[in-house]
Design a protein around this ligand. Structure first.
Ligand SMILES: NC(=O)c1ccc[n+]([C@@H]2O[C@H](COP(=O)([O-])OP(=O)(O)OC[C@H]3O[C@@H](n4cnc5c(N)ncnc54)[C@H](O)[C@@H]3O)[C@@H](O)[C@H]2O)c1
Length: 367
């Protein structure tokens, strides 16, 4: 694996306890201009895959972190439960947990009080589940974003970063895709993310709300749910499966390693842009799911064959055939560029997954 020097940090280094290294954070190289040290940052979706990595980066940057996690009766903070970096920050008074629900406007507003930056990542994100439970996507992704926008407007919060997705483009008219490409709701998930993006645009145009929309392409890495293709493939291979159960392997995607995506959020938190600006985070390289399977076989030393499982095939007309970003704007405006190759990121993800794979559930389909 290629090694890089770590990011410049102004506070405790998450790699010092080994967790950052374990989770692949040590792979990102580019230093960030400016500082979030001492600034209060609210992160919705802190309990999730990308959000937990963003929280750890913010702690490393010296920010005061308010981690908004989905309320539950056992007090779990999701992936942050296993983050030594975060636990230490809580003990040191550098981070706090807010359990809540993004659909609750009063609580979202109360949680936003006194905050310098809101990074809004909370969402329902699985495309297949959006086919069967679309209303919950509208309530979480659209109304939830409206609640954050209203809270930011009410408190005069200096910056908000809204999280979009490359799924808003549908199957593109041309590649590479720029931010100017038309939007197409090819799944209920995508439609709700388009609506949320448009609410942000409308608040920027109507009220000059200082919102930046970051639009990550497919992100992968440690802590990603096994409903996503890379963890599904790696888990099955690491469990020693002779056959890999997958959906269509022809669609192509532009995969970014999660530490690079988290780096994009930190840069967006630090960068003044015109309200309503949208910035894509993608590598500018596209590979088919079949190609990814091949690389995963190499990383794990497996020669499992692919078996198509019909339940995993998306409805015709909903499957997005190719996603490929033009990363120019992120590079020019944020100074962002991906630093972790797909191959290195897959190896880091496999290492993280290896001790966690349960052979009994590795092949189970999870919407
Ligand atoms: N993973 C990707 O490849 C990818 C790509 C592009 C964009 N995104 C976007 O990035 C963001 C984070 O996605 P992720 O991959 O980390 O997914 P994730 O499911 O791991 O994280 C989302 C988090 O939102 C929280 N959440 C859901 N409903 C909530 C509610 N009602 N109130 C409060 N919290 C709630 C969940 O608990 C979860 O931890 C999402 O906005 C997603 O649309 C993800």
């Amino acid at each position: 694996m290629t090694t890089h020097p770590g990011p410049t940090t102004s506070a405790g280094d998450p790699r010092a306890d080994g967790l950052g290294a374990e989770a692949g954070a040590d792979l990102v190289a580019r230093p960030v201009e400016g500082s979030l040290a001492g600034r209060t940052v609210l992160v919705t979706g802190s309990d999730g895959f990308i959000g937990s990595h963003v929280v750890e980066r913010l702690v490393a940057e010296g920010a005061q972190v308010r981690a908004f996690c989905l309320y539950n009766s056992n007090g779990s903070t999701g992936w942050l439960d296993e983050s030594e970096t975060f636990r230490t920050a809580v003990r040191d008074g550098q981070a706090e947990v807010v359990l809540g629900d993004i659909r609750d406007p009063e609580h979202v507003a109360a949680s936003t009080e006194g905050v310098d930056v809101v990074l809004h990542l909370a969402a329902l994100i699985a495309i297949p589940f959006s086919y069967v439970a679309p209303r919950s996507y509208v309530e979480t992704n659209v109304i939830g974003t409206l609640n954050v926008l209203e809270a930011v407007r009410r408190h005069g919060t200096p910056r908000m970063v809204n999280t979009s997705t490359s799924e808003v483009y549908g199957t593109p008219e041309e590649v590479p895709i720029t931010e100017a490409h038309p939007l197409r709701g090819q799944s209920p998930y995508s439609a709700t993310k388009i609506s949320a993006d448009k609410m942000c645009e409308s608040y920027a145009l109507s009220f000059e709300t200082p919102v930046t929309t970051l639009r990550p392409f497919n992100t992968f890495g440690p802590r990603q749910s096994t409903r996503a293709v890379i963890p599904t493939v790696l888990s099955q291979l690491l469990a020693g499966a002779g056959q890999l159960r997958l959906g269509d392997v022809s669609p192509k995607r532009d995969f970014t390693f999660v530490a690079d995506t988290a780096d994009g959020f930190v840069r967006a938190a630090l960068t003044d842009v015109a309200p309503g600006t949208t910035i894509q985070l993608g590598t500018g390289r596209t590979v088919s799911v079949g190609d990814v399977v091949e690389l995963c076989r190499k990383v794990t030393g497996s020669d499992a064959e692919i078996v198509t499982e019909s339940a995993r095939i998306r409805p015709e007309g909903s499957e997005v055939q190719i996603l490929l970003s033009d990363p120019s704007r992120a590079n020019e405006v944020l100074g962002w560029a991906p630093t972790v190759s797909l191959e290195d990121g897959l190896a880091a993800t496999a290492e993280w997954l290896r001790p966690r794979v349960d052979p009994e559930t590795a092949g189970r389909y999870h919407r």
